[in-house]
Design a protein around this ligand. Sequence first.
Ligand SMILES: [Zn+2]
Length: 415
Amino acid sequence: MITSNSSRLLQRIEEFGKIGANRQGGVDRPSFSAADVEARQKLIQLLQDRKLKVTVDPIGNIFARRKGKDEAKPPILLGSHIDSVPNGGKYDGMLGVLVALEIIEMLDEHQVETNHPIELVSFTAEEPNPYGLSTLGSRTLTGKLRYEDLIGVVGRNKDPLKDAVLRVGGNLEAIKAGYSVERGAYACFIELHIEQGMRLIKNGVPIAIVTDIVGIYRDRIKVIGESNHAGTTMMDERKDALVAAADILTLVEDICRKNDIIGTVGQMDIFPNAVNIIPGQTELILELRAGSKDKIYQARDEIYQSLHRIKSLRGVDVVITNILDQAPVPMNPEVISHMQKACEKYELPYLQLSSFAGHDATHLASITKAGMVFVPSRDGKSHCPEEYTEIRDIAVATDMIFETVLSIDQSMERS
Ligand SMILES: [Zn+2]
C-alpha cells in the first residue's frame, strides 16, 4: 500500500508557516501581501522542481498539472488556498495545497500513471481581504465574479484590485472577454481542510467526509424606538431600542437552540450611541446557518413571530431587510461514496459532517463534482496562532484522499 511521507509533509507545513510569521506565533499572509507573493513563489518553485506544468490564471489562481494517460480526459483537481487571515495559523488552507502536492509526490515516487491528468490548485484570496472579496479566485474561476464586478474594486488603502492581481501574476484585462471554466472541465474537485470546530476532537475520530456546506441567511433588523433624555424620562415612559434589541438577542439564542441550528448576532449599531440619551434606534445583523433552507426558514419564522411580543412590550417598531440567502451546497454523492470506500479500505473510522464555514469547494460544486475532507483542529481553534492538527491525522487523511483519487480515476469518465 502506498503511503504518504509524514516527515516531508511536516517539514513543508513548518516551512510555509514561516512565511508571514509574526511575533505572536501566528501567520500574517493575506492575499496579495509580500508574504503571499513569497509563498506563491516558493510553491511554484516546488511544483516546477517536480516537472509539473505550472500556470497562473488571470485572477492569480495557481495550477500545476501532472499528465494523465489520456490527456483528453478532464483533470482531477485537488487543492485549497495559501492566504491566511491576519494573525492566522499554519493549517487553514495551506494544508489542502500541501496535501495535494504530497499526493502528486506519491504518484511520482511509485510511478503511478493515472487515466486522468491530476491538477493541483491554489486559489487566490479565499479569506476576507482588504478588497472585500473572499473566495475571489474560486468565484472568478466559476464565473460568479466577472470583469465588471472586479475592475473598479479598490482596497482599504485605495489601491486598485487590478494592480494587486498583477502582483501575483494575474491580469484582470484577460478576463474582459469572459473567463470561467465550463461544467465538465474537471472530473471532480477535492479539498482537504481543517475542521475549525470541535466535532472530530469530541468524538475522537481522525477524519470527516463533508456532506454539505451549510446555507447562510442574513437579515438586517432595524429597531426603531424613541431617543430622549436619559435622566428625565421615567422608566415606564421609554421606548428603548437597545433594550428591545437585547430581547431579540436572547430570543435568537433560544430559538436557535430549540431548532438545533446555528444563529448569531455579530454586528450591532446603536443610535445615537451617547451616554445620556436613550437609544432611539439599533440596527443588528441576524445570521442563521443550517444544512437545509427549510430549517433556516423555520427558525426565522419563529423569530419573526416572537418579534410581535417584543414590539408591543417595548413600544418599538421593527423593519427587516433580507441581505443574504445563500442556499446550502451538497457535496457530490459519487465523490462521497469513493471517500467512504477509501475509509473502509483503511479501516478508518470517520464522521459525516456539514461544514458550517464556507470554502472554495462551495463554488467549485457549481461546475464539477466537489468533495471535502476535514481533519481535526485541536481545541476546535482556527483563524488564530493556536491552530494545530496532528501530523498523523494529516498523513491518514492524505492516504485516504490518495486512495479516493485512484478509485475516482478508475471509475469516473466525465462529470
Ligand atoms: Zn480556509
